[in-house]
Design a protein around this ligand. Structure first.
Ligand SMILES: CC(C)[C@H](C(=O)O)[C@@H](O)C(=O)O
Ligand code: SF4
Length: 468
């Protein structure tokens, strides 16, 4: 018998009922909502179902917010106010914790949950958003659920789930200078495909992961969903505990000590078995940039756009050809040097203080290229404040970037109705999805790290920073 994995340990400590057949009723520790799920409050009210634990339920506004300085009319879509008002009313009536638009805690849900320590190691954490997998970077079981499911969680504190299979991805070798967490996860998606994590909980491990800061770990787990994984997670360690200590919702005093000794018991046992194990040698990697319309369409900065005729399956061939047409690229072209129209730094993947610092290092004393539209939207009000206290906003603005309020911003532009990049623009973006039309009509999105986005904005072409 092998030992237990991190997933096994957190899972078994949350089982309320084992139905057999790999299906369980799990206890949920935290539920987080954003305005697109505001209807949950209404449905619960209509059904006269109270929220079981308002003190464990949280909400903020992020998706539909206007992120232009001053926030204009608050929202970027015509009926955005309805969502926000419904959420506000629901929060007020039920007494949950609500980080409203103008509060110091507001931000993208996946940025503020760790920032405020609402999310903690060893917890089961759910939110009505696919990128909830981000929270796994703290060593939690966290995944996105639909609005009906979140209603159920709010009313009962439980959720029925099948237990995922386990995959371990070991990142080994010396990390080359300038290689970021974003490059690691993009590379993995390219290696095992956008479907490669289907049915799995992926534990990211190995010496490279251990050396990463919490914010970088969050970036990696964020994109687990782009692998179709149920969730991603990283064992908590001293780096995690140091990050959490003293944050607003972190346990204090004796409770902190108790939590810490529990958290220390969570990492996978050395003898634990996984359903699949993958090893990635990081020492040979270069900064990654996507060329197509799925995060799996990714290559190293120095590589050439692939040829669909080399694809292994007909399906893959068709998807690659379609992506090349949409992206207006030809097989064999170099991705390096491709002229761009816009650059975006933001989103729940890469809008934290460490991301903004890294981009600012590239931008310091430089100007973005003529004609490039460049936007930075910090992931939270707190991130924005801290960045401004360090003068990072000045560096961005002096370089020619727009320095925005926090929110999802142009990551998905509030859906088709929101603010978008100009039609047909080629955008280098620190976000997680390069799907067709996501950032605007016929907009061609290239995913990359914040450093690569900053260097590209300066060059006016896809470029990497000198230190990369
Ligand atoms: C709109 C929302 C529910 C969606 C998600 O679940 O991921 C969004 O955040 C996204 O990134 O596409
Ligand atoms: S920042 Fe983008 S990916 Fe993240 S939750 Fe918002 S819209 Fe979704």
């Amino acid at each position: 018998m092998g030992g237990e994995t991190l997933l096994d340990k957190i899972w078994r400590d949350h089982v309320i009922r084992d139905f057999g057949d790999n299906t369980y009723l799990l206890h949920v520790d935290r539920a987080f909502l954003h305005e697109l799920a505001a209807v949950a409050f209404e449905s619960l009210k209509n059904a006269r179902r109270p929220i079981l634990s308002p003190e464990l339920t949280f909400a903020t506004v992020d998706h539909l917010l206007d992120t232009t300085p001053g926030r204009g009319d608050d929202t970027i879509i015509p009926n955005g106010k309805d969502f926000i008002q419904k959420l506000r009313a629901g929060a007020r009536e039920t007494g949950i914790s609500f980080f409203d638009i103008d509060t110091a805690e507001q931000g993208i849900v996946h940025v503020i949950a760790p920032e405020q320590a609402v999310a903690l190691p060893g917890t089961v954490f759910v939110c009505c958003d696919s990128h909830t997998s981000t929270i796994g970077g703290l060593g939690a079981l966290a995944w996105g659920i639909g609005t009906t499911d979140i209603e159920h969680v709010m009313a009962t504190g439980g959720i029925v789930q099948t237990k995922p299979q386990t995959m371990r991805v070991n990142f080994t070798g010396a990390l080359p200078r300038g290689l970021t967490a974003k490059d690691l996860i993009l590379h993995l998606i390219g290696e095992i495909s956008a479907d490669g994590g289907n049915g799995y909980a992926i534990e990211y491990a190995g010496p490279v992961i251990e050396q990463l800061g919490v914010e970088e770990r969050l970036s990696i787990c964020n994109m687990s969903i782009e692998l179709s994984a149920r969730l991603g997670l990283i064992a908590p360690d001293d780096v995690t505990y140091e990050y959490l200590a003293g944050r607003p919702y972190a346990p204090k005093g004796a409770q902190w000590d108790m939590a810490l000794s529990y958290w220390r018991s969570l990492p996978s046992d050395p003898s634990a078995q996984y359903d699949r194990v993958i090893d990635i040698d990081c020492s040979v990697l270069t900064p990654q940039v996507t060329w197509g319309t799925s995060p799996e369409h990714v290559i190293g900065f120095h590589d050439h756009v692939p040829d669909p005729s080399q694809a292994e399956t007909k399906r893959e061939q068709a998807s690659m050809s379609r992506a090349l047409d949409y992206m207006e690229l030809k097989p064999g072209m170099r991705i390096a040097g491709l002229p761009i129209n816009a650059a975006f730094i933001g989103s729940c993947t890469n809008s934290r203080l460490s991301d903004l610092r890294a981009a600012a290092k590239v931008l310091e004393g430089r100007k973005i290229a003529e004609g490039v539209m460049a936007i930075c939207s910090p992931g939270s009000a707190q991130t924005k404040r801290l960045a401004e206290a360090e003068g990072i906003d000045r560096i961005f603005k002096d370089a020619g970037f727009e320095w925005r309020e926090s929110g999802c911003s142009l990551c998905m532009s509030g859906g088709a109705g929101g603010e978008r990049f100009p039609d047909h623009a080629r955008v280098v973006s620190s976000t997680n999805r390069n799907f067709e039309h996501r950032q605007g009509r016929n907009v061609k999105s290239h995913l990359a790290s914040p450093e690569t986005v900053a260097a590209s904005a300066v060059a006016g072409r896809i470029a990497i920073a000198e230190h990369q």
